[in-house]
Design a binder for this molecule. Structure first.
Ligand SMILES: [Zn+2]
Length: 307
């Protein structure tokens, strides 16, 4: 007979594994595999190329098509620089609330699934339940493609998947598109006492960012499609990071910033709609040394027509 744990006990156990995406999650996967084995459930694990991350697939019920996937990611976001009052990797209950990194996103779901194993085993299942746990979700869903391929290769085709992300108990069955960019501005360095002889990459980057902010503003003001399933319901543009310049008395020769567009697409986009996407290229003219802000269209075939 395998271990019996309440969902809360199970959650405390899962939170105790520090699985921020920069670290290995293999101890947590091993714990899950051992727990399932204790209940007589076989699981298979895969992982990334350098063997530092692992995923897990396990099935309860008949080996037939039409099953239900219960899926979650085992990694969590970092805790550095955050105002934690308790150890993030030790579950604590304060005032009727449970604290710990991953409590809701999303070890809570995995804990409930695992704690229910004894009850699930007692059910006369006519279709299978597949437990599918991934790694590296928080850093771009890196673990998902290989895991899905393995699932489709090794298991009869399931009918649906429930991903236990925290969504305030509301059904979320769609996502905005996301495209991430890095824009690098190359200027012309020189001494800050003679700015007219150089091109300040930071100043040009600031103009680019202003342009993107203006585009973001017009989406907010009503441009483009809206979809009330999303909050906010319009396409967003956000600047993420910026780095540039070498010293206060040097005209910045280089500046780079990252940004993303999260697009609302309600149907296949037409060419003219695609041209309204907020993409900016600005470039410094090698001939005159000045810069020409030139909002233009790039890249030509954004993957925006896919849902
Ligand atoms: Zn999550």
């Amino acid at each position: 007979m395998g271990e019996i744990r309440t969902p809360q006990e199970m959650l405390g156990q899962l939170i105790s594994f520090n699985t921020i995406s920069a670290l290995s999650n293999k101890d947590m996967i091993k714990f899950i595999a051992d727990y399932l084995a204790g209940h007589g459930i076989n699981s298979s694990t895969g992982g990334n190329e350098d063997g530092t991350k692992a995923d897990l697939i396990a099935t309860i019920g008949p080996n037939v098509e039409g099953g239900l996937v219960l899926s979650g990611h085992t990694d969590v976001v970092p805790v550095e620089g955050q105002d934690w009052h308790t150890d993030p990797f030790e579950m604590v209950e304060v005032g009727g609330r449970i604290y710990g990194r991953g409590t809701s996103d999303m070890k809570g779901f995995i804990a409930v699934v695992l704690a229910l194993v004894p009850e699930i085993l007692a059910l006369p299942l006519v279709k299978p339940l597949h437990f599918v746990f991934s790694y590296d979700e928080e850093v771009g869903c890196l673990g998902a493609p290989g895991l899905i391929a393995r699932l489709m290769r090794d298991k009869p085709k399931p009918r649906a998947a429930i991903i236990g992300e925290p969504t305030s108990m509301k059904l979320v069955n769609a996502h905005k598109g996301i495209t991430a960019f890095e824009t690098r501005v190359i200027g012309k360095p020189g001494h800050s006492s003679q700015p007219h002889k150089g091109v300040n990459a930071i100043a040009v980057a600031a103009d680019c960012i202003r342009f993107l902010q203006d585009r973001a503003g017009s989406f907010e003001a009503g441009e483009g499609p809206r979809d009330e399933r999303f909050e906010p319901s319009h396409t967003t543009v956000s600047i993420g990071t910026i780095i540039g310049g070498t010293a206060n008395n040097i005209i910045a020769g280089e500046c780079a910033f990252t940004w993303d567009v999260r697009a609302v697409v309600q149907r296949k986009v037409s060419g003219s709609e695609r041209r309204s996407m907020p993409i900016a290229i600005m470039f410094c003219c090698p001939l005159c040394g000045g810069f020409h802000p030139k909002p233009t269209l790039f890249p030509k075939n954004l993957p925006m027509s896919r849902r």
